[in-house]
Design a protein around this ligand. Sequence first.
Ligand SMILES: Cc1cc2nc3c(=O)[nH]c(=O)nc-3n(C[C@H](O)[C@H](O)[C@H](O)COP(=O)(O)OP(=O)(O)OC[C@H]3O[C@@H](n4cnc5c(N)ncnc54)[C@H](O)[C@@H]3O)c2cc1C
Length: 295
Amino acid sequence: MKPPRFDYEAPASLEEALQRLRESGDDARVLAGGQSLIPALNLRLANPGRLLDLRRITSLRGIRRLPSGALAAGAMTRHADFERDPLMQRHLPIVPAVMRRVAHPQIRNRGTIGGSLAHADPAAEWPALCMALDATIVVASASAERRIPAAEFPLGVYTTALRPGELIREIEFPAWPATRRWGFEEVSRRLGDFAITGAMCTLDIDANQRCTAARCVIFAASERPQLVAAAAELVGGPVTEDAVARVAKAARHSISPLSDHHASAEYRLELVETMTARVLKQAAAMAAPTQESIR
Ligand SMILES: Cc1cc2nc3c(=O)[nH]c(=O)nc-3n(C[C@H](O)[C@H](O)[C@H](O)COP(=O)(O)OP(=O)(O)OC[C@H]3O[C@@H](n4cnc5c(N)ncnc54)[C@H](O)[C@@H]3O)c2cc1C
């Protein structure tokens, strides 16, 4: 299939891209890694008059550590960059582990965090991972900048809180405490396929084996990734098998699952309960990271 005709521009700076986006109104789309947009053009599911390619804007790519200990990543940072980045491996170890389950190496070498968040496929790992890490999505337009909590960014299938004229500039990940452990699981038909359902969690467990914070996200089960509210019940005590089973059951009852050609809603509900229990147990069983390993 061939795409419809469009004008192509590759602005050299963020300011220029935002200006062109403002002038173009609804007629323009930004192009990041092209791993979703190009197939959509080829299938004629998208028909923009102008593509604004962000690849020349070097300020949009890269990962840095902020004085607060938080990490910030430009929207054009590729999945493979996160997989290999020493800052990520040291300070946010869940990220490289999750990236290894995003598609295939060729796609991870092109696809970007900004593209994945903006595309908002409910089965994509990035929107869920940003929610699990309580990240902030920094979006910019020609006239202003906004900071959107990751939990409020995906609104539904392929729908986000982005407004016309805005693009994602950067994603900020809060510092990872020394007491934090994590779990991640997904079921897909083959390695590299989108998940049929997945879960990820972080648990902060103190020296007395008491859980002090818990965050769990289910993805690929419903129209957007979803925080498991019941995970809060783990806080204040040890993470026991009974407590995990209760949270997993509550997760099952909190989801309105999708039924599609990959899986039935009933199967997804089973997966939600099983995946939730598995990731919480994984995290609870993980050796506590040492202060030294995260400093
Ligand atoms: C065969 C295949 C398998 C895949 N499997 C997986 C998988 O298992 N898990 C997974 O998570 N993903 C998967 N993907 C998707 C891929 O990983 C990319 O994350 C995704 O395509 C979007 O990233 P991109 O940089 O390619 O964005 P593009 O395709 O360039 O853009 C996607 C959308 O985002 C918009 N956009 C891009 N950047 C910005 C920005 N900075 N601000 C605002 N809007 C922006 C574009 O206008 C477009 O609407 C798969 C893709 C393919 C082709």
